[in-house]
Design a protein around this ligand. Structure first.
Ligand SMILES: *[C@@H]1O[C@H](CO)[C@@H](O)[C@H](O)[C@H]1NC(C)=O
Ligand SMILES: *[C@@H]1O[C@H](CO)[C@@H](O)[C@H](O)[C@H]1NC(C)=O
Ligand SMILES: *[C@@H]1O[C@H](CO)[C@@H](O)[C@H](O)[C@H]1NC(C)=O
Length: 409
């Protein structure tokens, strides 16, 4: 298991990954830190440690931090006095290491980065991780960790990045996670987390939050005001979108595939920085798009397909000057396609999906002349849609279906 690393590989990779802050000739690495690395390696199935991997280079016959020693994937902290060298980062390669994360990891008290992403670490995330008081970056993404998010994670006071996405974690999000005031990036996406999302306003420096693809329920939580990127997609969230309207720094949000209801308010469409909105596959019933010039609007993409939007197509959307991609398909819109939409087709609108509604009448002329310059579909409405027009592929419903929808209103 501890055969010597191949010497041909060493010189190139070594210099990149072994960071020497200062070189103190006579210090050596703290024995307890070396012991942790040894246990770390022992908790990984040797079969999953190929000869070209970082961990293969962990050969304990030399000091991990000596420049001649080839411990790839670790960074060392060299003291200014005569105290011992400490391990300050473990940043592994994505090789598919198969094993457990040894609880002794909690003894690396100078560790500031622990990054094990895209491997096959399994079992629980040890509670001892809470002892790593100097940790600023923790990424265990894309592994096979099970169990809950260890509550002790809330002790990592200076954590900046926390990424536990794509594992098999269950249980709820610790409500006191909001103690982690330094977090700028938080992702628990693609797990099996349940329960409600706690109030996260305390995370005032957070700019990216991804809780997508879990089983979280309840209303949208209170969110930090500096948030720029938000994904809560594929959960079972309910209630209204209104908590999002105070997030003036949002550049994109995705709350698709939940059970959200109510309206898509004007304040959301005109958030000053927002370029992408995805509210598709929910139970929303109206778009409040007022027709006033929104020269400030940055919105480029609006996906609201698969809702219960009803009434006539909102004319106000044409005043969102940067809008290029619009999907309102699979809703209950009826009546004609507004003439105003014609002026956008073939100019600023590049993608337009209006399929599977109850629209009727003739197409605005631009829908004929520009049909080849726009991607999209008008299928399965009751439109007078010439079969030769690429937008009309898929056919239309019978008129009576749209009349009855109109009458039900
Ligand atoms: C970790 O620290 C604990 C408490 O100081 C000690 O008992 C244990 O032996 C240490 N483990 C390692 C691997 O150094
Ligand atoms: C560090 O150096 C001082 C003075 O030379 C000495 O008294 C002390 O024992 C040394 N400490 C260690 C950990 O070597
Ligand atoms: C947060 O709550 C959990 C469980 O209620 C607890 O174990 C943990 O110590 C708390 N964290 C802090 C920093 O108080």
């Amino acid at each position: 298991m501890q055969s010597l690393p191949s010497f041909s590989l060493q010189p190139i990779i070594l210099t990149v990954f072994l960071l020497c802050i200062t070189t103190k000739v006579h210090s050596s690495t703290l024995g307890a830190d070396i012991e942790v690395l040894r246990l770390f390696k022992q908790s990984i199935d040797p079969v999953s440690i190929p000869a070209y991997s970082y961990i293969y280079s962990w050969d304990f016959s030399v000091d991990p931090c000596e420049s001649s020693g080839a411990f790839l994937g670790i960074l060392c902290k060299f003291p200014l006095d005569n105290s011992s060298i400490r391990i300050m980062a473990i940043d592994l390669d994505a090789i598919g290491y198969d094993g457990f994360l040894s609880p002794s990891i909690g003894n690396l008290s100078e560790l500031s980065t622990l990054s094990l992403g895209r491997n096959n670490f399994r079992g629980p995330i040890p509670e001892t991780i809470g002892n790593l008081q100097k940790l600023t970056r923790l990424s265990l993404a894309e592994n096979l960790f099970t169990g809950r998010i260890p509550p002790a994670i809330t002790k990592l006071k200076i954590l900046d990045t926390l990424d536990l996405s794509q594992n098999h974690l269950s249980g709820s999000i610790p409500t006191n996670i909001t103690i982690l005031r330094s977090l700028t990036h938080l992702s628990f996406a693609n797990n099996a987390l349940s329960g409600r999302i706690p109030d996260l306003t305390g995370l005032w420096q957070l700019n990216t939050l991804d809780l997508g693809n879990n089983q979280l329920h309840g209303n949208l939580p209170k969110l930090p005001l500096n948030l720029k990127i938000l994904s809560l997609k594929r959960n079972i969230l309910s209630g209204h979108l209104s908590p999002l309207k105070s997030l003036h720094h949002l550049t994109s949000f995705d709350v698709s595939d939940n059970r959200l209801s109510g309206i898509i308010g004007q304040e959301l469409l005109t958030l000053p920085m927002v370029t992408q909105i995805d509210v598709s596959v929910n139970q929303l019933t109206a778009i409040e798009a007022v027709r006033v010039p929104h020269r400030e609007s940055q919105l480029q993409e609006l996906d609201a397909h698969g809702n219960e939007l009803r009434g006539r197509l909102p004319i106000g959307l044409v005043s969102l000057e940067n809008l290029a991609v619009l999907d309102l398909s699979h809703n209950r819109f009826f009546g004609p396609i507004p003439r105003e939409y014609g002026s956008k087709v073939g100019t600023s609108w590049k993608t337009l999906f209006l399929a599977n509604n109850f629209l009727s009448g003739n197409l605005p002329p631009e829908f004929i002349s520009s049909a080849t310059t726009i991607r999209g579909s008008l299928a399965n409405n009751c439109l007078k849609c010439p079969a030769t027009n690429p937008l009309c592929r898929g056919g239309q419903k019978s008129n009576s279906e749209c009349v009855s929808q109109n009458a039900r209103r």
